[in-house]
Write a protein of this length. Sequence first.
Length: 1010
Amino acid sequence: MLPFLLFLCSTLIAPPQQEADDQYHFVVGLYDKGLYDLVVNEAEQFIRAYPNHPKVDLTRYRLASALFELDRKAEATPQFERLVQLSEFPFLPEAYFRLGQCRLDAGDPAAAVVPLQQTLDSGKAYLQVPATFLMGEAWFRQGQFEQAEGFYRSAVQGDTGEEGGEYAKDARYGLAWCAFRLQNFEVAVQRIDDFLVHHQDQVLVAELLFLKGEAYFELESYSEALAAYQAVNGGPYADAAVRGSGFASAELGDHTGAAQFFQKLLDEFPDSPFRREAGLQRGIHLLKNGQPEQAKEALQFSELTPGAELEYWRARAEAEAGNPQLALNILEQALNQGPSGELADRLNAFRGDLLFDLNRLDEAVQAYQGSGSDYALHAAAVASLNHGRAEISVELSKRLLEAYPESPYQLQTQLTLGEAYLALEDYQAAEAAFRFVLEAPQAERAQKSRSLSRVAWCRFLMKEPQVAAARFAEVVSNFSDSEEAEEAAFMVGRAQEAGEQIDAALVTWRQYLKDYPEGEFQAEAMLRLSRLEDGQDGQNRLEALLTKHGDSSLAEEALYDLAERLSQDGNYEAALGRYENLLQRFPKGRYAPAGRYGMAWVLYEEGRYLEAAGHLETLAANLKAKEDLRISALELLIWTEQKATRAARAHDAYSRFIQLCQDDERRFEAAKTAAEAFREAGELEAAQAMFDELFGRVQAEPVMVEILVEQTFLALDRGFLENAETSLRTALSLAPSNPSVLEAAFFVGEARFDQKQDAEAAALYHLAANPEVSPVVDQALYKQGFALLRLQDLQGAERCFQSLVEQHGSSDLYGESLFLLGETLFRGQRFEEAVQPLDTLRREIPGHEVMPKALFRLGLTYCRLEDWNQGEVMLSELARRYPEFPNLMEAELWRGRSLSALDNRRAARQAFDRVIKGDRGTLAAQARLGIGHLHMTAGENDAALSEFLKVVLLYSGDEEIAEGLYFAGRCLESLGDADRAKRQYQELLETYGQTGFADAARQRLQELGS
């Protein structure tokens, strides 16, 4: 894309010195010949050797460009970033452009925008179109489709190359996708057609034809969509296009065609992700096409997803094929799967249709078939309603209305029918019956008043409170003298309250109290008002109710409400007084047990645990109290005794609680509270025994699992590891995916890990690492990997750390897992793969606590890959940032080796000298060997011989001594002393014949004639 840039570079800057200029021109020549690997090496050497040379920036530009051409864009990026800081750099627009490309390639489109915009701002003509297109790409990849459109459009207009230009093609492609993403489907179609006029790229044409079909489908232009889908000829969207053809055909009412397209997908695309859907849709459209037998066969397709939806269509097929009983059986199976929502409604509706067709009506209706008169039918309907047999009442009323349309009992029967539907909670049907009476010209005033009141009740019960309020108000205004008027006046407030029109309800009930000072609903209106009025107003209302209606049936409830209100407001002293008053006035009343419970709760909240316990004991012993309340009393008593640190009493309350309470979950929660009392008393064995006993009682499997989890942790607390694992294994057998069980597995694994039982620990961590439900999946993966690493199972450890890194990037263990993944790969000598996680850690979390280890291992990894430059960079960074790193001498040794490989003898010698100074063992011996090799490479055989012999004489490592002997022999050979050289080789074979240099020494002896 930049064909003439590099040629121009050589003419811009005069050479400052001959040697540097020669090397610079060498770099230029290499680049011109396309020898980019050599350009990288020579340019890096030039930059290091001549950092202040006038052509260093041009050299860096060639280095960056060569890296770009080698697709090493991540390495090119920092070079271009340095160049764009140079405001006077002659190729600044080109550097900005390349930087934008690199950032796009790195998956960072937001960061690419600035350099690409700088390119555009530079006005460089030949870069305008490519930069404009790439700006469109950058915005598109960020999901900013409107911004992307503008740049794509400019790229199309600016690219005038052959056949519309390569950038015009890609920009038109991008414009089509932008329109689709923005849901401008008509525009998308237009842009796709424009692309097809200008370009013939087969892959993109197929994709855009599919996209055209999708756009037409969204526009509900199904014929056009079908044509577009069918025009797709191969490519990655071929199966999706066939799928689209099927749905488009279905929308057009062509069920035969739809079934054929879905069959085509199954026949021609064995790996398509749409196969299950296609199989089901084929069966559905065969059925809709009147081919039930073929549909039955299609719906047996082995790849279909089992479930209630599939069973629904199979039942439909059986029914259409004339097998209603078999269809009913299938529907029963489907409903037993517990479907919900629309599917459940559909299943139940179809089942009802089948039962109706089979005439399986309520046999009770048969009892009234013998009577042929309207009077008898009406009487039977009323009698059935009065005896709670509303369904029969409905059937009889409907029979009368159908058989005797002119009967004088028509309106009365409609009222009966409405009441029966009300009893059946079929409020719409009830309203229809009442409205018939309300709108009947012959209806009497009383019938109309009753019907309107009942219409209001229907709307109220249908949870349409605003409509209900309006209808009740009509009763008050239109039938003020009727029997229903007072109730309606009160119910207006009820409906307003239900509709959350609180202010309106307050006004209504206050007006009711004025209009009906002795009304039937006076006390209830005051009670309901008190629940809506704030603070003191509500309390005053309750006080007034108790004063005016102290003998009413609501007085006890009002007193209880007042006590509860004070309790909820935190006014415990006043609440206690009201509770005491309640218990004194109504010791055997409906609210007395609840009042005693409320009183105990207040005492509990005030920390008066012994007094609270006394009331709870009284309530628990009251056999006339509701069992649920007695159970709650014992439940609170357990908490109370636990707070009072009376473990034995807490356990006694618990024992009585589980005798009454059959709710396994509540039993378990109560057991936990009682167990906590035992824990606080140091009686762990008693807590364990309590859970053991409860386990034998409960029936609910989930609760059994929770108990087993508690037993597991108790056993761990008691130091009984085997018992803990036994409980855990039982829990796992019942609920292998329960989060609490998986968490317990992790902690049992921790105990095994602490005992150095790594294999057992790893197995438990594996269980705890369930990615779907485990609350400790990242910790489990981390510890499993660690245990496997200790077991030398490198592949297993790698899988664990890889999973953690890929799936839990926000985990606190992410950084250390990156390091351990790299460490594991390094130990397995998979050096190229080890680079990525270690370098990711270095870049993403540079301050992580394992960074010293990561830099050390990354440096050694690069060295093992003989990427000496990167190895030296990493190890230098380690030495600079972490001078106290424990393995710094080993790092320095490898840094010396890197410098030696880079032909930086002086720096390499300094590094080896530091190792010799800082170590007296193997590392020092290896450093001396490194110095020896430096001398030997330079032809300084005497100095090299001295270093190799020092290793032989001063150190103890067999491999190092063998290497020293071997290279001492080679030095002696170079010095012309073959006899002494032979002696070195012979000593090596005699003493160190098992080392890696034995074969080489033997070869040298053969060549020297020994």
